[in-house]
Design a protein. Structure first.
Length: 165
Protein backbone atom coordinates (compact mmCIF):
# COMPACT_ATOMS: atom_id res chain seq x y z
CA UNK A 1 0.00 0.00 0.00
CA UNK A 2 1.43 3.38 -1.00
CA UNK A 3 1.96 5.90 1.76
CA UNK A 4 1.01 9.58 1.61
CA UNK A 5 2.65 12.22 3.78
CA UNK A 6 0.07 14.89 4.65
CA UNK A 7 1.82 18.27 4.61
CA UNK A 8 0.31 21.59 5.56
CA UNK A 9 -0.48 24.17 8.15
CA UNK A 10 -3.46 22.09 9.30
CA UNK A 11 -1.24 21.00 12.21
CA UNK A 12 -1.65 24.52 13.65
CA UNK A 13 -5.45 24.50 13.62
CA UNK A 14 -7.29 24.18 16.96
CA UNK A 15 -8.86 20.90 15.73
CA UNK A 16 -5.64 19.61 14.14
CA UNK A 17 -5.98 16.08 15.54
CA UNK A 18 -9.50 15.70 14.09
CA UNK A 19 -8.31 17.10 10.74
CA UNK A 20 -5.47 14.56 10.68
CA UNK A 21 -7.80 11.67 11.49
CA UNK A 22 -10.14 12.78 8.70
CA UNK A 23 -7.28 12.97 6.17
CA UNK A 24 -5.88 9.58 7.24
CA UNK A 25 -9.37 8.05 6.83
CA UNK A 26 -9.71 9.65 3.39
CA UNK A 27 -6.35 8.15 2.42
CA UNK A 28 -7.58 4.74 3.56
CA UNK A 29 -10.81 5.19 1.56
CA UNK A 30 -8.73 5.71 -1.60
CA UNK A 31 -6.36 2.82 -0.91
CA UNK A 32 -3.43 4.64 0.71
CA UNK A 33 -1.88 4.83 4.15
CA UNK A 34 -1.88 8.41 5.44
CA UNK A 35 1.09 9.70 7.46
CA UNK A 36 0.13 12.78 9.47
CA UNK A 37 2.85 14.77 11.27
CA UNK A 38 0.92 14.88 14.55
CA UNK A 39 0.91 11.09 14.66
CA UNK A 40 4.59 11.37 15.70
CA UNK A 41 5.32 10.85 19.38
CA UNK A 42 7.38 13.73 20.73
CA UNK A 43 8.32 14.45 24.34
CA UNK A 44 7.19 18.02 25.03
CA UNK A 45 8.77 18.00 28.51
CA UNK A 46 12.18 19.05 27.28
CA UNK A 47 13.95 22.18 26.06
CA UNK A 48 12.14 23.95 23.15
CA UNK A 49 14.95 23.52 20.66
CA UNK A 50 15.17 19.81 21.46
CA UNK A 51 11.41 19.52 20.85
CA UNK A 52 11.85 21.33 17.53
CA UNK A 53 14.69 18.98 16.51
CA UNK A 54 12.59 15.94 17.45
CA UNK A 55 9.63 17.19 15.41
CA UNK A 56 11.90 17.91 12.44
CA UNK A 57 13.53 14.47 12.56
CA UNK A 58 10.19 12.70 12.95
CA UNK A 59 8.66 14.53 9.97
CA UNK A 60 11.75 13.88 7.83
CA UNK A 61 11.40 10.21 8.75
CA UNK A 62 7.76 10.21 7.61
CA UNK A 63 8.68 11.87 4.32
CA UNK A 64 11.42 9.28 3.80
CA UNK A 65 8.81 6.54 4.32
CA UNK A 66 6.19 7.96 1.98
CA UNK A 67 5.65 7.50 -1.74
CA UNK A 68 3.59 10.65 -2.25
CA UNK A 69 3.19 14.01 -0.53
CA UNK A 70 -0.08 15.91 -0.56
CA UNK A 71 0.49 19.51 0.48
CA UNK A 72 -1.97 22.16 1.58
CA UNK A 73 -0.65 25.11 -0.46
CA UNK A 74 -3.28 27.60 0.63
CA UNK A 75 -2.07 30.92 1.99
CA UNK A 76 -0.98 30.86 5.60
CA UNK A 77 -0.45 34.01 7.65
CA UNK A 78 -0.16 36.10 4.49
CA UNK A 79 -0.16 35.62 0.72
CA UNK A 80 2.14 32.61 0.61
CA UNK A 81 1.92 28.95 1.57
CA UNK A 82 3.38 27.82 4.91
CA UNK A 83 7.18 27.85 4.74
CA UNK A 84 7.48 24.49 6.53
CA UNK A 85 5.14 22.90 4.01
CA UNK A 86 7.14 24.39 1.16
CA UNK A 87 10.33 22.94 2.66
CA UNK A 88 8.67 19.52 2.89
CA UNK A 89 7.62 19.76 -0.79
CA UNK A 90 11.17 20.62 -1.83
CA UNK A 91 12.69 17.86 0.29
CA UNK A 92 10.26 15.28 -1.09
CA UNK A 93 10.89 16.45 -4.65
CA UNK A 94 14.64 16.14 -4.10
CA UNK A 95 14.07 12.56 -2.91
CA UNK A 96 12.13 11.77 -6.09
CA UNK A 97 8.76 11.53 -4.35
CA UNK A 98 5.60 12.57 -6.18
CA UNK A 99 4.24 15.81 -4.72
CA UNK A 100 0.70 17.06 -5.20
CA UNK A 101 -0.74 20.25 -3.83
CA UNK A 102 -4.17 21.71 -3.36
CA UNK A 103 -5.42 25.26 -3.15
CA UNK A 104 -8.77 26.99 -2.94
CA UNK A 105 -7.64 30.10 -4.78
CA UNK A 106 -7.37 29.86 -8.57
CA UNK A 107 -6.25 33.47 -8.95
CA UNK A 108 -2.86 34.18 -10.45
CA UNK A 109 -0.50 35.18 -7.66
CA UNK A 110 -0.25 38.77 -8.86
CA UNK A 111 -4.05 39.07 -8.74
CA UNK A 112 -4.03 38.42 -4.99
CA UNK A 113 -2.64 41.95 -4.52
CA UNK A 114 -5.08 44.83 -4.24
CA UNK A 115 -4.53 48.01 -6.23
CA UNK A 116 -3.37 49.64 -2.98
CA UNK A 117 -0.60 47.03 -2.65
CA UNK A 118 0.89 47.52 -6.13
CA UNK A 119 3.02 50.23 -7.68
CA UNK A 120 4.29 50.43 -11.26
CA UNK A 121 7.97 51.14 -11.77
CA UNK A 122 9.38 50.98 -15.32
CA UNK A 123 6.25 49.12 -16.51
CA UNK A 124 6.81 46.48 -13.82
CA UNK A 125 4.40 45.74 -10.99
CA UNK A 126 6.10 45.94 -7.62
CA UNK A 127 4.91 45.74 -4.03
CA UNK A 128 5.05 48.59 -1.55
CA UNK A 129 8.69 47.71 -0.77
CA UNK A 130 9.57 48.07 -4.48
CA UNK A 131 10.05 44.30 -4.92
CA UNK A 132 8.94 42.80 -8.23
CA UNK A 133 5.72 40.81 -7.95
CA UNK A 134 6.02 37.45 -9.68
CA UNK A 135 3.69 37.16 -12.69
CA UNK A 136 3.90 33.78 -14.45
CA UNK A 137 0.18 32.85 -14.54
CA UNK A 138 0.49 30.56 -11.53
CA UNK A 139 -1.39 30.77 -8.25
CA UNK A 140 1.80 30.14 -6.31
CA UNK A 141 5.53 30.80 -6.64
CA UNK A 142 6.97 29.32 -9.84
CA UNK A 143 9.39 27.07 -7.96
CA UNK A 144 6.47 25.20 -6.40
CA UNK A 145 4.19 25.41 -9.43
CA UNK A 146 6.88 23.94 -11.69
CA UNK A 147 8.08 21.23 -9.30
CA UNK A 148 4.93 19.52 -8.05
CA UNK A 149 3.13 16.82 -10.06
CA UNK A 150 -0.10 18.75 -10.04
CA UNK A 151 -1.85 21.54 -8.15
CA UNK A 152 -5.51 20.82 -7.66
CA UNK A 153 -7.95 23.67 -7.10
CA UNK A 154 -10.06 22.13 -4.40
CA UNK A 155 -9.42 20.29 -1.17
CA UNK A 156 -7.52 17.30 0.18
CA UNK A 157 -10.04 14.77 -1.13
CA UNK A 158 -10.02 16.37 -4.59
CA UNK A 159 -6.28 15.82 -4.59
CA UNK A 160 -6.71 12.14 -3.68
CA UNK A 161 -9.20 11.73 -6.51
CA UNK A 162 -6.70 13.21 -8.97
CA UNK A 163 -3.97 10.85 -7.78
CA UNK A 164 -6.28 7.86 -8.35
CA UNK A 165 -7.09 8.78 -11.96
Amino acid sequence: MKKIYIAGFDVFEPNSIEIGKKYVELCKKYGFKGLYPLDNVVDFNQEKRKIAQDIYKANVNLINQCDIVIANLNSFRGKEADSGTIWECGFATALGKKVYGYMKNELNYIDTFSKDEIKIIDNTKVDLDNRVIEDFDYSINLMIACSVENIIFGDFEDCLKEICK
